[in-house]
Design a protein around this ligand. Structure first.
Ligand code: DC
Length: 227
């Protein structure tokens, strides 16, 4: 069966990762969360007190960063490793969410992360979500989706998700974080968040996860089978 590349971009908390994971599971593709790479770099720079505006310091630091995954056989999911250490919970903390848009706007950081992401696409059979996947990372992806939803709905989703994970956060902090990140992510100089010309736009403000999933799965299957 022909394998394709699926690129999913969109605003923060627009449901990209839920959709991407379901598609990957159904099609038996690999799923990669590109935001986790930017978050991992942010954790490293923050923990090691690196000034990311100082190019020499930043370049030295980037050489020391190794990002990888291992598979949790019990939970049946991939875990992110930063220099061999599990950092799944550290990358989701609110202070990292507050810093990550600044770090990911730095051109050297973007070049570093894009060069780590692109090899995952060599063999196709991949679903990747982020902000520049359909425009920069995989411009030749066979299926590109651009997701959006009302800001209130997105804030509510993110707040609920963080609470469920036990993260100490207020609704106000989540609102500020999402609107601040959307602004920085879509106005930065290098590869800002924008819809690829050939992306299918999905506004899921009033759409169930199931309906959205079935719609995108049908798009993917028609490309895979050519009908
Ligand atoms: O998907 P996320 O919210 O975990 O992403 C965290 C940040 O990383 C996001 O605010 C912007 C940045 N990012 C990016 O610039 N490009 C990507 N492909 C993915 C994420």
């Amino acid at each position: 069966m022909r394998k394709i590349t699926i690129a999913i971009d969109g605003l923060a908390s627009s449901g990209k990762s839920t959709l991407a994971k379901h598609l990957a599971e159904e099609l038996q593709y690999k799923y990669i969360d590109s935001g986790a790479f930017y978050r991992a770099v942010t954790v490293y720079l923050n923990e090691n007190d690196i000034d990311w505006n100082n190019n020499t310091e930043l370049e030295k630091a980037l050489h020391k960063i190794h990002i990888d995954f291992d598979y949790d056989l019990i939970l049946c999911k991939e875990n992110l490793l930063l220099n061999g250490k599990h950092i799944e919970s550290a990358i989701r903390e609110i202070h990292i969410s507050d810093l990550v848009s600044y770090v990911s706007a730095v051109p050297e950081v973007r070049k570093f992360v894009v060069s780590r992401l692109q090899p995952y696409g060599y063999e196709k059979g991949i679903v990747m979500d982020g902000r520049d996947i359909g425009t920069i990372v995989f411009p030749y992806a066979e299926l590109k989706i651009y997701m959006t939803a009302d800001e209130k709905v997105r804030t509510g989703r993110r707040y609920k998700e963080m609470k469920q994970k036990g993260v100490e956060v207020s609704e106000h902090q989540v609102t500020d974080n999402l609107s601040g990140r959307d602004l920085i992510d879509s106005t930065r100089r290098m590869s800002p968040l924008k819809r690829a010309d050939d992306a299918v736009v999905i506004d899921n403000t009033n759409m169930t996860e199931r309906k959205q999933f079935k719609y995108v799965l049908a798009l993917a299957q028609s490309i895979i089978t050519g009908v």
